[in-house]
Design a binder for this molecule. Structure first.
Ligand code: AMP
Ligand code: MG
Length: 404
């Protein structure tokens, strides 16, 4: 059995970035750019007013009054120098005209006909945004490998970019296996269950920015499984669930081998999600995950999610792991690290965690209650109050809730 970390490292060595594609700047959101983006001009392009107010030369001030002799709205450029001892009314964003170096906001003057009087002390150079104080022409503003968040989208737009290259979204084919499975929409007959894994896995793919391709259900038969897997090779990666154990009807590993894939079949030293087969098949990564609903989701989290992220050019591949205070005793009587579904909360600046109760790997409801995975080492026995490592699956609990 290999460790979670060794399995992750080995898999990620096989994962290479996909090609890039050109998208409109807006579609670049949450994607990674392969290129440096260089400022084509200074922003701001010129010294300009930070406020609606009056511009003048500070050195030419005498007393607390000035005569206003002109008006400069945003979008226009004042070419005529403002005479010493006079002011020009100026709107936010308008370039500071020649002869001026200081702006007084409207709020800080009393207006009296064509005169203004300062109601507070004026500092030389105040309320002027300097040319290039945001970015300088020629500087690398967004580096290759950067994740594009709304602020990067805004900055790219400010630099005049309308389209750019980003790593394309990974197309991830998802195949469920099992004679017992029916698609949602049907009522389970005796002995049958609904295929839920395809949908939790597809949602996990979407959640990480990938593009899921649902292949449906393969029956527990070698040829039919081969056909479905072949169809899945049109995608960038294939995720299979079920049929990967050692039961009489578990054909997934055999099917991958029949199609020419060399399977690294592992029992990963973890619970849930012990069965995991990884193969490169015709250049495409293939993940065969447990059939148990929790095992499938947890294995996706640990092995498929980082792979999708890497293929899409991301540098941050792993969820955060934090220390949390156990709210109840927790023990691992087994010999494998146990990823116990936990309910994490934040109180008094510390993470607290309790377990979701029954940890059967068939209990999808343990994932619904939980928002983290507590990692309990083999033979660990913790008392309430002990600190444990928790992988945060979602961080929504850190955000404020309205009481309505
Ligand atoms: P297997 O690994 O194929 O032996 O499946 C292990 C368990 O997971 C069995 O109880 C299956 O019924 C269940 N299971 C397998 N595939 C799915 C699926 N797509 N959706 C929900 N449960 C599944
Ligand atoms: Mg099965």
């Amino acid at each position: 059995m290999i460790s979670i970390e060794d399995a992750q490292r080995t898999i990620l060595e096989y994962i290479t970035p996909l090609e890039t594609e050109k998208v409109s700047v807006f579609q670049g959101l949450n994607r990674v750019t392969p290129e440096d983006h260089i400022a084509p001009w200074d922003i701001p392009a010129a010294d300009n007013s930070a406020m609606d107010g009056f511009a003048f030369s500070h050195a030419a001030l005498s007393g607390d009054r000035l005569r206003v002799t002109g008006f400069l709205p945003a979008g226009e450029v004042g070419l005529v120098p403002v005479p010493a001892g006079e002011a020009i009314k100026i709107m936010t964003g308008a370039p500071i005209p020649p002869g001026c170096d200081t702006v007084v906001p409207i709020e800080d003057v009393e207006e009296d006909g064509e005169w203004i009087r300062f109601t507070s002390k004026i500092k030389a150079g105040s309320h002027v945004r300097k040319r290039g104080e945001d970015i300088w022409s020629g500087n690398v503003v967004i580096r290759a490998g950067a994740l594009l968040r709304p602020q990067e989208i805004g900055m790219l737009s400010a630099m005049g970019t309308t389209a750019l290259a980003v790593y394309r979204r990974a197309r991830v084919a998802i195949l469920a296996t099992g004679d017992e499975l029916l698609e949602p929409g049907s009522t389970p007959a005796p002995g049958k269950i609904i295929n839920s894994n395809s949908y939790s896995l597809a949602a996990q793919v979407l959640d990480v920015g990938g593009d899921p391709v649902l292949l449906g259900i393969a029956p527990d038969a070698l040829d039919a499984t081969c056909d479905k897997i072949r169809a899945g090779l049109n995608a960038d990666m294939l995720v299979i669930t079920g049929g990967v154990s050692v039961g009489d009807r578990d054909f997934v590993k055999e099917a991958i081998e029949k199609l020419g894939g060399s399977v690294t079949f592992w029992k990963v030293n973890m619970k849930p999600g012990k069965p995991l087969a990884f193969a490169m098949l015709q250049g495409k990564p293939v993940f065969a995950l447990a059939g148990n609903p929790v095992g499938a989701m947890v294995s996706f989290e640990l092995f498929v999610r980082p792979s999708i992220l890497k293929s899409m050019g991301h540098k941050r591949l792993f969820r955060p792991v934090v220390k949390a205070v156990l709210q109840e005793p927790a023990a691992n009587q087994g010999k494998r690290p146990h990823l116990v579904r936990g309910i994490v909360s934040l109180r008094d600046d510390r993470y607290h965690v309790s377990t979701t109760g029954n940890q059967s790997s068939g209990r999808l409801s343990s994932m619904i209650q939980g928002n983290g995975l507590i990692r309990l080492a083999p033979d660990a026995s913790h008392a309430a109050g002990d600190e444990v490592d928790v992988l945060l699956l979602d961080r929504g609990f850190e955000m404020g809730e309205t009481s309505q």
